[in-house]
Design a protein around this ligand. Structure first.
Ligand code: ADP
Ligand code: MG
Length: 284
């Protein structure tokens, strides 16, 4: 009887927009007690929008946007699209490299351009000019520091709205007895604001991709059984480390995950957990 019940269950899952990988996935889903949510693209829309460009003294905002736009063009991060839509240039790039969860770099118009998190530029080129530190402290939103030829020269500020359904979805997950936690590579001020907006009390921010993996491992060492939901940009390793990986979009996330939410809809996550509990109760 068990195999039939499972087959029925996964069929019902497909109807709900849940693709389940492997026969033991539902059994694992049933034991989950902690749910780790990636911020960008999972709790937020992941449709980032450039809200301002701040130039250090003597620098041009147009040039900052053009060079950042060029070097970001090959990146799959939502940050890249935000800059492109705001009029990032079509200048050719050579020697492009993506530094996962940190930024991008490459040659543009004879300049070695770096765009990414503050720590990346400090690590490479030393302290930022005071005016940029001030801009970072005052900016509300995700920030990207842009520089070239050994000097940080500007800051891009980017906004991303919370999905209208996120607060409701998180309430559903809590009602199932799961404890939600927001995990992100973005800075703490942005993470805290999003968490407050959707009713999540635990936040881990500023993490590199390997830090996300380590955070999940730490929860597992405490005896938690962890599901992670992410869109895969910089989250594939964390999805694979989780007891249950739930992907909402990109191909890489789907590969690294056990469950795919076909419509990228966070509300479906609680359906998946509820479904796994129901099916396994039927089997037993
Ligand atoms: P999240 O965990 O919210 O999905 P990421 O781990 O993808 O965030 O990114 C964390 C941070 O790393 C970003 O907020 C940004 O500062 C920096 N970063 C990542 N990718 C890029 C990129 N393509 N260009 C510039 N900065 C980036
Ligand atoms: Mg992400």
């Amino acid at each position: 009887a068990a195999p039939t019940a499972l087959r029925v269950g996964t069929g019902r899952g497909a109807q709900l927009g849940i693709l389940v990988k492997g026969p033991d996935t539902l059994e694992r889903a049933r034991r989950i007690d902690t749910i780790v949510l990636n911020k960008t693209g999972t709790v937020t829309e992941g449709r980032m929008r450039l809200t301002s460009v701040i130039a250090a003294e003597g620098e041009s905002r147009e040039e900052i946007l053009a060079l950042a736009g060029a070097v970001e063009r090959a990146s799959e991060h939502p940050i890249a699209r935000a800059i492109d839509e705001a009029g990032g240039s079509a200048l050719p790039v050579e020697g492009f490299a993506a530094l996962p969860g940190r930024g991008v770099e490459g040659w543009v118009a004879g300049k070695w351009v770096l765009a990414g998190r503050r720590e990346l530029l400090v690590e490479r080129w030393g302290e930022l000019p005071d005016s940029l530190e001030k801009a970072l402290a005052e900016a509300v939103g995700t920030v990207i520091v842009v520089g070239w030829d050994g000097l940080a020269r500007g800051v891009l500020v980017i906004a991303d709205a919370v999905k209208p359904m996120s607060a409701r979805a998180i309430r559903d997950l809590k009602a199932l007895g799961l404890s939600p936690l927001l995990l992100t590579g973005d800075r703490a001020s942005v993470a805290a604001r999003v968490a407050a907006e959707v009713g999540v009390n635990f936040v881990l921010a500023g993490l590199l991709p390997e830090g996300k993996v380590e955070a999940i491992r730490a929860l597992q060492r405490q005896g938690r059984v962890v599901a992670m939901i992410g869109d895969g940009v910089n989250d594939a390793a964390a999805l694979a480390q989780a007891d249950l990986g739930i992907a909402t979009t990109t191909d890489r996330a789907i590969e690294a995950s056990d469950i795919t939410l076909v419509r990228g809809d966070l509300r479906v996550a609680s359906d998946a957990i509820r479904l796994s509990r129901r099916i396994l109760t039927t089997i037993k």
